[in-house]
Design a protein around this ligand. Structure first.
Ligand SMILES: Nc1ncnc2c1ncn2[C@@H]1O[C@H](COP(=O)(O)OP(=O)(O)OP(=O)(O)O)[C@@H](O)[C@H]1O
Length: 235
């Protein structure tokens, strides 16, 4: 049997549509989106406010029910998936949202889901070591025991990045992860994601308006009014 690149792609969206609201208020936010994301790559979703970037990211990230069309994530079809299957799948993912705030377009439950996934594979000491290791890589080695109230916005954001990466996720979904960061820490975060892509095959899909990140992406996907209007693969 012939196997296309899609067979091995960690994320494949096909003929994906999504609506919000009901009756007269029903509005289509995603229109016939087709997207296959290669393992180990860093893909940026860009486009104007309201163009559907976050909706697409959360559909691909198993944080929103697929209404119409298909999303295959790490080999599993998300359309019609059960909650236990979704929970098992989310354990293999990392989410970096503007996480010290709640994300406005997600429900409280969806926000909590991002932080709740518990990884029981390591004992407490190893977990602590891993957490310290990632925090140090992100330049927070001297802030290990600080409470969030005593951290700056950028430091809190880097803690959120560490939280997402400590479990070695296979796919990372990030929504404006560098918005609260200065130039150097923004670059550190993206370089870390790229390094994880090279070394471990970690795949990242990121929504960003941050021009500083665009040059580091392997692929720039532009959305307008719920459609993919441009798909620029580099390298
Ligand atoms: N929970 C919701 N209920 C109703 N409409 C929604 C909901 N979430 C998003 N929308 C609508 O869907 C469309 C796409 O929104 P989405 O948040 O995906 O866009 P975006 O490109 O991520 O925008 P931004 O850059 O401002 O975050 C918009 O018209 C938005 O108003």
């Amino acid at each position: 049997m012939e196997q296309s690149a899609d067979t091995f792609a960690p994320i494949v969206a096909k003929n994906l549509n999504h609506w919000f609201g009901t009756g007269d208020a029903r509005k289509q936010a995603i229109w016939d989106v087709n997207l296959s994301v290669a393992k180990g790559s860093l893909t940026v979703l860009m486009g104007p406010s309201g163009s559907g970037k976050t909706t697409l990211l959360t559909l691909m990230g198993c944080l929103r029910e697929v209404q119409d069309g298909s999303v295959r994530l790490l080999g599993a079809e998300l359309n019609g998936t059960t909650e236990p299957q979704a929970v098992a799948l989310r354990r293999r993912l990392g989410f970096i949202f503007q996480a010290h705030n709640l994300h406005e377009s997600l429900t409280a439950t969806q926000n909590v889901l991002m932080g709740l996934e518990v990884h029981g594979r390591l004992n407490a000491v190893r977990q602590r070591e891993s957490a310290h290791h990632v925090l140090r890589l992100l330049g927070l080695g001297d802030r290990l025991d600080y409470l969030p109230a005593n951290l700056s916005g950028g430091q809190k954001q880097r803690v959120a990045v560490a939280r997402a990466l400590v479990s070695n996720p296979e796919v990372v979904f990030a929504d404006e992860p560098t918005a609260a960061l200065d130039k150097v820490s923004g670059r550190t975060v993206v370089e870390m994601l790229k390094k994880l892509g090279r070394q471990r095959g970690t795949t990242t899909v990121m929504v960003t308006h941050d021009n500083r990140i665009l040059e580091m992406a392997d692929r720039l996907v532009t959305m307008e009014d719920g459609h993919i209007v441009k798909d620029d693969k580099r390298g």
